[in-house]
Design a protein around this ligand. Structure first.
Ligand code: HEC
Length: 208
């Protein structure tokens, strides 16, 4: 009996030691969203989220057809709610000029292998602890199905459609640059600005 009690106490001490080591080590790790993801972590995370989606998603196909009206509505909603992160063409070039951890998914690649029901599940629930938000509570099903139609369409854009979207992208970039130049004129900056307390980001990594 006594031996058992000793073993129990030793085990509890070991667990407490392990927990406190983890707690002490965690803030010393790199939690930056600008770091690159290791292969092991990337595989483990995809394994978990992919299986979570497969286990929970319904197999319902999209009840809406890709008519020009439905596609237009899907595009408008996608541009408003998704393109900030996924890019207007879904190629994951986000419009925030920022880094995500894990990185934003490219919607025109492997994402197309998900069924309609699986895409619906991801978009309504989002993926916790990543930048992917859940849209289910604030958007009705028709809107979400419409965006799915547009996500499917993005993988098969015709060259003129692609050119039209890209010219729109250039326009917004130009507007943004004009705005930044106007702001710089009203608030002239000192000669050299560095990111404070971050040795990994030099001034060249800052906003131009
Ligand atoms: C704030 C940024 C952000 C917004 C806005 C956003 N997403 Fe995402 N999305 C992400 C990130 C980051 C991931 C990658 C998550 C991961 O690696 O698990 C992702 C993943 C996805 C995936 C899963 C891709 C895959 O192959 O596993 C789909 C589908 C998706 N997003 C669609 C959308 C749609 C549609 C919208 C708009 C309704 C949207 N997203 C809005 C950041 C965003």
């Amino acid at each position: 009996m006594r031996l058992l009690a000793y073993i129990m106490v030793a085990l509890m001490a070991l667990v407490a030691f392990a927990l406190s080591t983890v707690l002490l080590a965690m803030p010393r790790m790199n939690w930056s969203a600008t770091r690159t993801r290791g292969q092991m972590e990337s595989r483990l995370a995809s394994y978990i989220t992919n299986n979570w989606i497969k286990r929970n998603a319904d197999e319902q196909p999209n009840p809406f057809r890709p008519t020009s009206e439905n596609l237009k509505a899907g595009q408008d909603d996608f541009d408003e709610h998704c393109s900030g992160c996924h890019g207007l063409t879904g190629n994951c070039e986000n419009r925030l000029e920022a880094d995500f951890y894990p990185p934003v998914a490219k919607l025109t690649g492997d994402t197309q292998k998900w069924s309609d029901g699986e895409l619906y599940f991801v978009i309504t629930n989002g993926i916790g602890m990543t930048g992917m938000p859940g849209f289910g509570k604030k958007h009705d099903p028709k809107e979400i199905w419409g965006m799915i139609l547009w996500v499917r369409h993005l993988a098969q854009l015709s060259p003129p459609e692609k050119a039209a979207i890209e010219s729109r992208m250039r326009m917004t970039t130009e507007q943004h640059e004009e705005m930044m130049q106007m702001m710089q004129k009203s608030y002239p900056e000192p000669a050299e600005i560095r990111h404070p307390r971050n040795p990994k980001l030099g001034p060249e990594a800052g906003h131009q």
